[in-house]
Design a protein around this ligand. Structure first.
Ligand SMILES: *Cc1c(COP(=O)(O)O)cnc(C)c1O
Length: 354
């Protein structure tokens, strides 16, 4: 009889990663908050120019970091680039937290957080959202103890869509000790249209313990190329660089990100089309009787509660692949305009059964 390989029990107990369901060819895949637009011609051209794949990429991502530093008005050492912002999140958690430490974040929030915390050996402290789906920042500040090393704030919150306001965030930062790292995860920042929303761009260098995370995956439509970035204190980002797996950001990713920033107006025009469609979809859902939280990302949240599994099936049959978080609700990406009629038809069918 062979004995099993001895793994860390808390890692072996983690559920294996499950990607948003692959859609059948005629269904709309609205389960991963992807951008429905094809890459810009300039991005495709840049990719063709980045095919010297026998060479390693620039490990320091120097050019992209400088472009981002100029735009955020910080030094290049205060910018870090990773293979998706999820990578940077993992690097920061590994740099700050270990066994015996605690990491505080809201729940329900981004599904990657619990696993990333477990990998560090630290313990997750999940603070329930308020009934409107927004972070309970007062309770999150209350949850900070001597053991807390990191607090993650996700705005707009994936999957509920609600934002953190500037005022609430300032109050929160005033209550969190400066020795605790605060990560502001702004993966959907470019889709925000509410004036009172916190904006990490205006906060960098104002708080010595704050790192702002952004990504090229959502608004810029480069999810498949894996590029995200962080703005924050140089010594904290140096620690993230130390825990990073070297050379995991590829040259095509770096080129595409730089070209995307050069063509930002075109990309933000697309973002504008998505946010207008988002607002229309949300209003139509409210007219149907749904209680939809303020949607500030590229997705809407339907609080389907105990009906979540059933609701996901109805959407699936209608050719709409959604992300179900039983027993709370369903997250639906605002994608192709052609998906909207099917989406609203299925939502109409479900709302009657609630
Ligand atoms: C999509 C997402 C990310 C980042 O994704 P990457 O593709 O790794 O950059 C980070 N945080 C949240 C909340 C997200 O929804």
């Amino acid at each position: 009889m062979t004995a099993p390989v001895r793994l860390r029990p808390e890692i072996a107990a983690l559920p294996p990663y499950r990607q948003g369901k692959q859609a059948s060819p005629d269904a709309f895949k609205l389960s991963s908050n992807e951008n429905p637009f094809e890459p810009l011609p300039a991005v495709v051209e840049a990719l063709h120019g980045a095919l010297h794949v026998n060479r390693y990429p620039d490990a320091a991502a120097a050019e992209l970091r400088q472009v981002l530093a100029d735009r955020f008005g910080v030094g290049a050492s205060e910018v870090h680039v990773g293979a998706g912002s999820v990578s940077i999140l993992s690097q920061l958690l590994l740099a700050a937290a270990q066994q015996g430490d605690e990491v505080v974040y809201a729940w329900r929030s981004f599904e990657a957080y619990p696993g990333l915390v477990t990998v560090t050996g630290a313990t997750s402290v999940q603070v329930p959202n308020l009934p409107d789906g927004s972070h309970d920042l007062a309770a999150m500040a209350d949850a900070v103890t001597d053991r807390t090393r990191v607090v993650i704030v996700c705005t707009p919150n994936n999957p509920t869509g609600e934002i953190v306001t500037t005022a609430a965030f300032e109050d929160f930062m005033a209550r969190v000790p400066e020795t605790v790292l605060v990560i502001l995860d702004e993966a959907y920042a470019e889709f925000v249209t509410e004036d009172d929303a916190v904006d990490g761009e205006s906060l960098t260098e104002r708080h010595p313990n704050l790192v702002v995370l952004r990504t090229f995956s959502k608004a810029y439509g480069l999810a498949g190329l894996r590029v995200g970035y962080a703005i924050g204190p140089a010594y904290v980002l140096d620690a993230a660089r130390s825990t990073a797996i070297p050379l995991s950001v590829t040259e095509p990713g770096l080129r595409a990100a730089i070209v995307s920033l050069e063509h930002e107006d075109e990309l933000l025009e697309r973002v504008g089309r998505i946010t207008r469609l988002r607002d229309q979809v949300r209003q139509s859902l409210i007219d149907q009787g749904w209680d939809v939280p303020r949607a500030q990302g590229n997705f809407v949240w339907l609080p389907t509660g105990a009906q979540t599994a059933h609701a996901a099936e109805v959407f699936d049959r209608a050719g709409i692949v959604v992300r179900a978080f039983a027993p709370e609700g369903i997250r639906i990406t605002v994608g192709e305009p052609a998906s909207v009629d099917k989406l609203l038809g299925a939502a109409q069918e479900v709302v009657r059964t609630l």
